[in-house]
Design a protein around this ligand. Structure first.
Ligand code: PMV
Length: 333
């Protein structure tokens, strides 16, 4: 009888080129390639035990049972894994984040990456990194990018003949390739009102969405080149345009979605002022109010110190580049 228990640790990631909009919502196959940095300091730990004594899956996130919709998403992911492992047994899942959940800090990315490795391992499946990425993607799209570490690209696979097996994330540069930092500036701990699954659906209703899709391949390649050239000025310029565009598409969706907030604008304005006075720092945003300030390691302390002075800032989390999802010895139960 194999060990039916496993614990994993996965890092969140921040997208430089965003995933926003699906070509297949059920399989979470995106409409465009995306690019991200794995975040060492933002992580989820998850333990999964397949237990014959259970009549239904037992899921605990943090200290509490998740709401019905979140629970159903986890159960669906467990079902995918059970189907692949030809297993009927229900599971006990315990998960915890070391950062605020649901406020645009990519908790679903690290959560589904950790769940996917822990549950496949506990079920006796040995998947490749690519296989894990494909499976994690179906739980939460951006989780595909939290399977590999370092700097990561997620291939959309948008040909008419493309299959789910062709849409996965892979490393483009190892964590030590570039000591980049994401100084995460938290201005709200609240859960976002419109989840990203609904945001992806709504994107299509923006009259500007097709224009975005036309422009993205070129932007993606420019960002990728800038990253591989360790050119912060070139990369930073692109990621700011990209971040604003994500919010613009959300705001021009019908009905509009506002992840944009006054506190966020205050942080963006401050970062631009610091840059004008010689501090190389660029912002990016997720589908939430918090701001990610991207800079090199040598400037991270200054950026974090400055950010802590901004009125309305609740917390500042500087993060380096993280590694891939991995198994750990210490179980949560
Ligand atoms: O994985 P999801 O469905 O939570 O989508 C993530 C969407 C963004 O965080 C806004 C962008 C991205 O590429 O991570």
């Amino acid at each position: 009888m194999p060990d039916r228990k496993a614990t994993c640790c996965a890092n969140a990631n921040i997208a430089f080129i965003k995933y926003w909009g699906n070509r297949d919502a059920r399989l979470r196959m995106p409409l465009n390639d995306s690019l991200s940095m794995t975040l060492a300091e933002l992580m989820t730990e998850t333990t999964v035990l397949f237990d014959e004594a259970l009549n239904e899956d037992q899921i605990v996130v943090g200290e509490t049972e998740p709401a019905e919709a979140a629970r159903a998403r986890v159960v669906t992911q467990l079902d995918r894994i059970r189907a692949e492992a030809k297993l009927q047994t229900k599971a006990r899942v315990m998960s915890r984040n070391n950062f605020p959940t649901g406020a645009g800090l990519a908790s679903s990315a690290s959560a589904f990456a950790a769940l996917t490795l822990a549950a496949t391992h506990a079920a006796g499946l040995e998947l490749s990194e690519r296989g894990l990425s494909i499976l994690a993607r179906q739980g939460s799209g951006s989780a595909a990018r939290s399977i590999p570490g370092g700097f990561v690209e997620w291939l959309a696979a948008t040909n008419t003949t493309s299959t789910s097996e062709q849409s996965f994330a892979r490393v483009i540069a190892a964590p030590d390739f570039w000591d980049l930092r994401d100084v995460v500036v938290v201005v709200s701990h609240d859960e976002k009102k419109v989840g990203s699954s609904d945001g992806h659906q709504a994107a299509m209703t923006s009259p500007f969405f097709s224009e975005r899709l036309n422009r993205l391949p070129e932007r993606f390649h420019r960002a990728r080149r800038a990253l591989l050239a360790r050119d912060l000025n070139a990369l930073g310029t692109i990621i700011e345009i990209e971040a604003v565009e994500l919010h613009f598409i959300a705001m021009t969706s019908r009905p509009p979605i506002f992840y944009w907030s006054p506190e966020m604008v205050r942080v963006i304005d401050a970062a631009r002022a610091w840059r004008e006075s010689g501090l190389p720092v660029y912002f990016t945003l997720d589908a939430g109010p918090n701001v990610h300030l991207i800079c090199e390691a040598k400037d991270a302390e200054t950026v974090a110190g400055n950010a802590r002075q901004i009125p309305g800032v609740l917390e500042v989390i500087p993060s380096g580049v993280g590694g891939p999802v991995h198994l750990v010895e210490n179980h949560l139960f």
